[in-house]
Design a protein around this ligand. Structure first.
Ligand code: KE4
Length: 432
């Protein structure tokens, strides 16, 4: 696989950007490669600067449920850009997207736009602390809610990928207010509430965990969190930055029939442009400035281009057939991949829901963080390198999720299955 130009660019990038990247997981460290520089995305494909073509399952880590360069999104962004790029003022498109979100997710009566998932979760935590007058938050080991200090404790995604789930620079003062429970273990939550319940402002949870690979909630897990928080006067925050509009047109909460007090969103609602949002009941959201005393602001919040891309994306998704199609295509892909792995004597676990899946390099079930850390990440890295040579672009970490988009056709699925089979052949022939 040619990679001359990527290597040249990466050498220069490392001179002026930490690790040569704008976000750690992109550095490909966990898979023993240097990153590829991408120059174009079209539908289910991406193309790097050396003109290699890949079937893409990263989808920018989630936003691109429609695939790359969807005509409706491109048209909306072009039209918006003709009228300028930012006003620092309310716009009609911002209102349109806010109304679409509020009508799609009933628990969100009011929503505030920000520029990233991190801003959304850090603002939601601040609001929860103001609303309850309490200090502590509960998160789950292996879950990731962005890089605000409160969350960089036993976190997933790039921290888990690097094998260092905490971060330097986070003050003990912060860390002591973040309590960590175990995903799918209500007992671990009940123990924290027994000890500290009166000072717990909120529990923040990914309703489907997507940052330790895909880990699904046990049937009563989310309902149990609702019960515990309700009883103790803490808020329940669903971090739906990944799952918002991914599993259905709305939040996973619509599907799971559990109503959180606050919800955070990102990724899909921006159609690939920088966006985040948090929202919830009117009485809680009324505490957010300028209505209330919880300050939160942003120069580019509600940016007209991001709003246009998000509204265009959700408009396409309002045709619910897309979710049925994503379900069928991803179900078929996951089953075919399981067969291919088993044909190679590898009885690995594949977790899937909707258009998200993860192939865990372990034969045990994967329902908890403890299960996840048993994975053979070294073998995943070898597989990843061989698969890339076969023209398929998976996330460069065992602890990220593969995303199928509306642009993936059966031809892409067939090619992916064949590529995985060839990659496994090479792995088993001792490929490095
Ligand atoms: P951003 O600040 O990256 O927009 O969103 C943070 C965030 C919050 N909540 C959840 C559930 C998330 O998954 C994320 C970000 N996801 C990671 C990938 N799983 C972003 C990729 C990266 O860090 O480069």
């Amino acid at each position: 696989m040619r990679r001359t130009k990527s290597d040249e660019l990466f050498k220069m990038a490392k001179e002026c950007m930490p690790g040569g990247v704008s976000s750690p997981v992109r550095a490909f460290k966990a898979v023993g490669l240097d990153p590829l520089f991408i120059k174009r995305g079209q539908g289910a494909r991406i193309y790097d600067v050396d003109d290699n073509e890949f079937i893409d399952y990263v989808a920018s880590f989630g936003p691109l449920i429609l695939g790359h360069s969807h005509p409706e999104v491109i048209k909306a962004v072009k039209e918006a850009a003709e009228n300028g790029t930012s006003y620092g003022a309310p716009s009609e498109k911002e209102l349109e997207l806010a109304q679409m979100i509020c009508s799609a997710i009933p628990s969100i009566e009011k929503v505030r736009f920000v520029n990233s998932g991190t801003e959304a979760t850090m603002s939601a935590i601040r609001l929860a602390r103001a609303w309850t007058g309490r200090n502590k938050i509960v998160k789950f080991e292996g879950c990731y809610h962005g890089h605000a200090d409160s969350f960089l404790i036993k976190a997933g995604s790039g921290l888990l990928t690097s094998g260092v789930p905490n971060s330097a620079g986070v003050l003990e003062d912060y860390a002591k207010n973040t309590l960590v429970a175990r995903y799918n273990d209500l007992g671990s939550v009940e123990r924290l509430f027994k000890e500290e319940g009166r000072d717990i402002a909120a529990v923040i949870v990914e309703p489907i965990a997507g940052n330790m690979g895909l880990v699904l909630p046990d049937p009563d897990f989310l309902k149990g969190l609702r019960r515990i928080t309700e009883y103790s006067g803490s808020l329940l925050i669903f971090d739906e930055v990944i799952t918002g509009f991914r599993i259905c047109y709305g939040g996973f909460q619509n599907f799971a029939n559990v109503t959180p007090d606050l919800t955070t969103l990102g990724k899909i609602i921006g159609g690939g442009l920088p966006v985040g949002a948090y929202g919830g009941r009117k009485e809680i959201m009324s505490r957010v400035a300028p209505e209330g005393d919880v300050y939160q602001a942003g120069t580019l919040s509600g940016n007209p281009l991001a709003m246009a891309a998000g509204a265009a994306t959700l408009k396409v998704l309002q045709d619910r057939d897309w979710y049925d199609r994503l379900e069928v295509v991803t179900y078929m892909l996951a089953n075919r991949l399981k067969n291919v792995f088993e044909d190679h004597g590898l009885f690995y676990t594949i977790n899937r829901i909707g258009s998200m899946f993860t192939i865990f390099f372990t034969e045990s079930e994967v329902n908890t963080y403890e299960d996840v850390v048993k994975c053979d990440t070294a073998q995943y890295a070898v597989f990843y390198r061989k698969l890339l040579e076969e023209g398929v672009y998976f996330p460069p970490s065992q602890f990220e999720v593969c995303f199928v988009s509306c642009a993936h056709e059966m031809e892409d699925i067939e090619k992916t299955v064949e590529a995985v089979s060839r990659a496994l052949d090479k792995v088993q022939q001792g490929g490095e």
